[in-house]
Design a protein around this ligand. Sequence first.
Ligand code: KG4
Ligand code: ZN
Length: 355
Amino acid sequence: MLCLGIETSCDETAVALVENGRLLGQRLASQVDVHALFGGVVPEIASREHLRVLPGLYRALLEETGVRSEAVSCIAVSRGPGLLGALLIGLSFAKGLSLAIGAPLVGVNHLHAHLLAAGLERDIPFPALGLLVSGGHTHTYAVHADHDFRLLGRTLDDAAGEAFDKAAKRLNLPYPGGKLIDDLASGAEPDHGMFPRAFIDNDSLDFSFSGLKTAVVNHVDAHPHLALPSLAGPEALAPEVRAELAVVCASFNWSVADTLRIKTERALRRVPEAKALIVAGGVAANSMLRATMAELAGRNGLELVLPSPSLCTDNAAMVACAGERLARAGFYHGLDLEAVPRGRKVPLDWVGLGA
Ligand code: KG4
Ligand code: ZN
């Protein structure tokens, strides 16, 4: 099977080709620089950029891989959750192509695609516990199969990535600042008392990160020299301020990673049959979180399934990978496939091939 993946749910436009679980090639255009000017993603601009670059990316992918459009046997498209206008660009492109070449459609849940991304690099044993940590979501799932995800816990307010980005914004780091906080923290020892680990003294599997974000804002308000002068990089800081900032970043990083550790370990008790722990989404690229989850998996006798950092952030390879797995299991969609905005549940509305 040769599966095309299309990703336009947020601010990355991406296409990829996967054949029998192997990535043949991918093309990605990031809009990060455009949105950074506004300190966050502007939905209308995101849609327009997807529309502008998607056809060119597809042509370049075909050229790079030497694949003809007609050879594509299934078209997988990220159908939500995401920005509605942005999703509609990918869906319309996928539907047009499906009509033109006669290949069937598979609508892919973007969040499930993140958790299946590692399938391009290794086997994923099921059942597994899945932790999805991205800019918009923090979810734990019991994952029984490629198409069988049962939600266990979710964030009640900010997602983990959102907390990273908002803390970074208060420090005047450019959007999205998660990776920069990770980099700035490297080499520093976290101060475990500096920031709270919110909503852990309860039985809930849900997360809350908005209090942590406020704690960082309050800390920087009290120590304003920590915020970078506008348009300057960290190299503009005096070495002692840079060292102080590193401890702040490491401490924040630790509070997020340790909160995720506590809740993930708690969720694991609900899935005692789990053989593996899958950690995915943009924040899964975080070095402290990767180390924390490796330790947790080792201690609980679980295989750790972590995509390479480049497969953690939004990409189309994960969409093609998830789509191919669904198509193999007989799960397809018709041309009436709907986009699902953030906040709405993605329906299990597959139809069989030819239905
Ligand atoms: O999965 P993703 O690319 O997009 C969504 O579907 O949301 O995740 C993006 C998020 C952003 O919040 C970004 O700051 C965060 O992932 N991120 C990181 C790192 N790399 C990306 N957060 C912490 N450490 C990183 N190394
Ligand atoms: Zn994502």
